[in-house]
Design a protein. Sequence first.
Length: 411
Amino acid sequence: MSGPIQDSNRRSGLLVGGFLAAAVLMTGLVVLGGVACSGDQVRQGLSGPGAASPQSLLAELKDDKAQIDQITDDMMGRIQEFNVSRKPGERAITFGEIFYDDLSPEQNDVLGEMLAEEKDVSYKAILQKLIEDRETVRALEEQVLRLEQNLPDRFVIARQGDSQYELALAYLTQDAGLEAGAAKQLIAEVDMSDTLLPGNKVWFFHDADRGAFRTYITRGEAGTTPLVVRRAVERRLITERDAAVALNASLQLDLEATRTDLEGQIADLSERRRTLETDVASLEEGRSQLRERVAGLRSDLAQRENSLFYHVASEKELREQGNLTVLSKRLRDAKGVPFEQSLDLRVDSVIEVTAEQFGFDQIKRVRLLPEVYMIERDYTVEPSEDGSSATVKILDRGLFRGKEVLLSVRG
């Protein structure tokens, strides 16, 4: 099997690149991933001549990880302190410019450029310390890479969609030869809190004699590690926390101002109370009148909302007024129509039309306009046997509530 990549040019330029090898505890760090790894996929770390024991290598990795964690935490604080000092239009430091390595040489040298341009001695010191810390982390990353190459552990390169759980399960069942139940029991004892990225190395080691299993990740070919992702999330949470604190302080000031204003208003109201008390009787009377008026308005509103408003006219009259088209007798325009009559649909659904209203001998047809309302579906027209009248019955009351319609009568 091929060994892990040794070319230092391929190690991550992430400040925390490779340090998740340092995240190794004896129980291991589990990172999310998802495709099963076959025996051909899993490769073994290089064992250099005279390598220390796996336990001592893991201890060194853990110590390096602790150092990288502490340094990157300090750097996060310095970045935040520096950015807070920036005035509008001044250059701030972005997270990616420090913690990612898929950048151009110009982007990677941004700290040097900002150091040369910075005039304030205090902030020059912050930038200088960030540069020194970056170099320290890079040196630790190289050391992590060397330690990683001497581990007896085996690794697989994560692909898009992989999950650490399934990769570990495949290793234990296919390479270590464990039953699925035993493999799952071992996996359940390790941490699964980080995020696996395509290109990360996912490491495995199983001690059959002791029944121990560890799994962890290093940067590999991903150009970033889960710790960097976690740092990005932490940075966002810190920013959100600071924004919340600032908002809370602003709200407190607003609250104080509001309270002062209210206290002044209360004093004024107390002064006016004696005057207002003399007006209570008249206000009570006015309130009673308003209640009666409101009740009437509510009744009128309820009636309007539940009524159909209509205007009955002969077809000839509507045509002469321009409400109907000349040929098709379809509704052209309802402007000027008063819709003076109403039908309260809560209590009634019938409109009576008589021939006598229009000077007809008998009614030949009654239409309800506009034509969007369909006869026999929404309403019916029932002429009397002698044609002297016709009854329009509303079938769908809900459809006609609050609507205005024309009743066109032909004699």
